[in-house]
Design a protein around this ligand. Structure first.
Ligand code: SF4
Length: 222
């Protein structure tokens, strides 16, 4: 995991994303004007022997791209980690900065693309450039029994992983919040809307919906 982390953090393959992550870090935003932004790719975080693996989209401009840890320091992180804590997957309900003491409990989280993309949308070429990191990380997470996919981008990225692993696309699966799929050569797959403010502020994804999914997952694990 150390070598993977080093390779991710040093990556400069996507020129558009390198420029964007560094420009965001230079311009900052008023509330974080005194922060020294991370401005590099963001590796996964958590227990590498975890049974639960959570996959999101990409770091947020003033979240992971600022703090250097995935799902840290933005509203998606606040929603996700407080819910994970309620279901016993973290030691604390907040995820604010890299030194805030957060510990994942039998869980590991990562983003399918490691650099913040403009408007949160990586191009297909950028997604492909970053895909080998996802593949390497998932192969290292050998104890996973459940994969929780946050949003359509994570869902599609994971299907690509399965297709490349098995040589064929998994049939009979579709992106739908709450869907649970048992597939060959894969941990059980749980699907959720992404916990972005666009979903959580509009009631598309509520705490109750998300926590109830986490408790279902919890019941599958040790
Ligand atoms: S998105 Fe991935 S492949 Fe592209 S520069 Fe960042 S880490 Fe490298």
């Amino acid at each position: 995991m150390y070598r993977l982390r080093r390779d991710i953090v040093n990556c400069r393959k996507c020129s558009r994303l390198v420029l964007f992550r560094e420009t965001v870090a230079e311009k900052k935003t008023r509330r974080y004007s005194d922060w020294d932004y991370w401005a590099k790719p963001v590796p996964g975080f958590g227990d590498s022997g975890a049974e639960l693996v959570i996959i999101g989209l990409a770091p947020a401009a003033h979240g992971g791209n600022r703090t250097g840890r995935v799902f840290t320091g933005d509203l998606s992180a606040r929603f996700l980690v407080s819910c994970l804590h309620e279901a016993g997957f973290t030691n604390q309900p907040n995820s604010d900065s890299i030194d805030d003491g957060l510990r994942m409990v039998n869980a590991y989280m990562l983003a399918a693309v490691r650099c913040v993309p403009p408007d949160n949308v990586p191009t297909p070429a950028e997604a492909s450039s970053c895909y080998p990191f996802l593949e390497r990380e998932l192969k290292l997470l050998a104890h996973a029994k459940v994969v929780l996919l946050l949003g359509k981008f994570a869902f599609d990225s994971y299907l690509r992983f399965l297709k490349e692993r098995t040589g064929h696309s998994p049939g009979g699966v579709a992106f739908r919040h709450g869907a649970v799929y048992s597939m060959q050569h894969s941990p059980t797959v749980y699907v959720s809307y992404h916990p972005s403010p666009r979903n959580t502020n509009t009631g598309i994804l509520t705490r109750e919906m998300f926590i109830s999914l986490l408790w279902k997952i919890k019941s599958e694990l040790k």
